[in-house]
Ligand binder design. Structure first.
Ligand SMILES: Nc1ncnc2c1ncn2[C@@H]1O[C@H](COP(=O)(O)OP(=O)(O)OP(=O)(O)O)[C@@H](O)[C@H]1O
Ligand SMILES: [Mg+2]
Length: 244
């Protein structure tokens, strides 16, 4: 699949699950029937009115043909009023170049942070097939593992009972970005000044590889840890500046 659409809908307050129910029941098979590959569907944990989903096409020509077929076809006609009634904005669309697309020289890779797929197994399979990143260099891989391990340990220790966490690992250009967010009590001290060693150790490990790390309460509740690790530097054996 060469062209991936990343669509981010803003929905009317409280309408997200109505749309998801309709989407799963009608629009997945409805689009598949006209040759559209429907990928992951997500609830954005940071925004209760946001629904994010992916679909892909072999190329732009077949994209146009499939979209025409779907939006003039019986499934959309039967359900579009119900779908549109849930939406405030459906125009936030990014076209991503998927594996198999030959980029022009200098084009950067594009990644998206994604949350809580309704069907986790289907998303894992989709990501492995279509969105899988290259394996990381060992030093970056280990640092990423330690960041996630410490962040998830902190969720268990500090976020309070019943908290849930989301982990994302996304390759963005020359970096790998690791984000761990939770929806817990999140009142902890930002950036590791709270007396423990975990966040400080994490920061040291990440900066030693030339990366950066932030941690702190999220606006609206919960806690976020984000680490940005340069991959290209590690691949060429460098750990910071001064390489050629
Ligand atoms: N997920 C989280 N939710 C709420 N507070 C957090 C979370 N993660 C960290 N904190 C806060 O940040 C502080 C610093 O975390 P850090 O990992 O550095 O130390 P610690 O977990 O208390 O101790 P250590 O990691 O050394 O065992 C914690 O004491 C806690 O107050
Ligand atoms: Mg800790």
């Amino acid at each position: 699949m060469s062209i991936v659409e990343l669509r981010q809908y803003t929905l009317r307050p409280g309408a997200r699950d109505t749309l998801i129910e309709l989407f799963e029941r009608e629009f997945v098979t409805g689009q598949q029937a006209v040759g559209i590959h429907v990928g992951g569907r997500f609830r954005d944990l940071d925004d209760p009115d946001r629904f994010v989903w992916l679909r892909s096409f072999p190329d732009m020509r077949r994209r146009r043909r499939s979209l025409e077929a779907f939006y003039t076809g019986p499934v959309w006609r039967a359900h579009r009023d119900a779908a549109n009634a849930t939406m405030v904005d459906s125009d936030d669309v990014l076209l991503l170049r998927g594996p198999g697309f030959t980029p022009s020289p200098g084009t950067r890779e594009v990644g998206a942070t994604i949350c809580q797929p309704p069907d986790a197994a289907a998303f894992a399979a989709y990501a492995a097939r279509h969105l899988g990143p290259d394996p990381l260099p060992a030093s970056v891989d280990l640092a990423a593992y330690r960041v996630i391990q410490e962040a998830l340990t902190n969720v268990r220790k500090h976020a309070g009972p019943g908290a849930r966490a989301e982990v994302s690992v996304v390759r963005v250009g020359p970096n790998t970005e690791i984000t761990v967010i939770d929806n817990g009590t999140g009142t902890g001290a930002a950036d590791g000044d709270g007396g423990g060693h975990g966040l400080l150790g994490m920061r040291e490990r990440v900066t030693a590889l030339g990366g950066s790390c932030t941690a702190g309460p999220r606006y609206g509740g919960g806690f976020r840890v984000q680490a940005i690790l340069p991959v290209k530097a590690a691949e060429t054996g460098a750990t910071g500046e001064g390489t050629s």
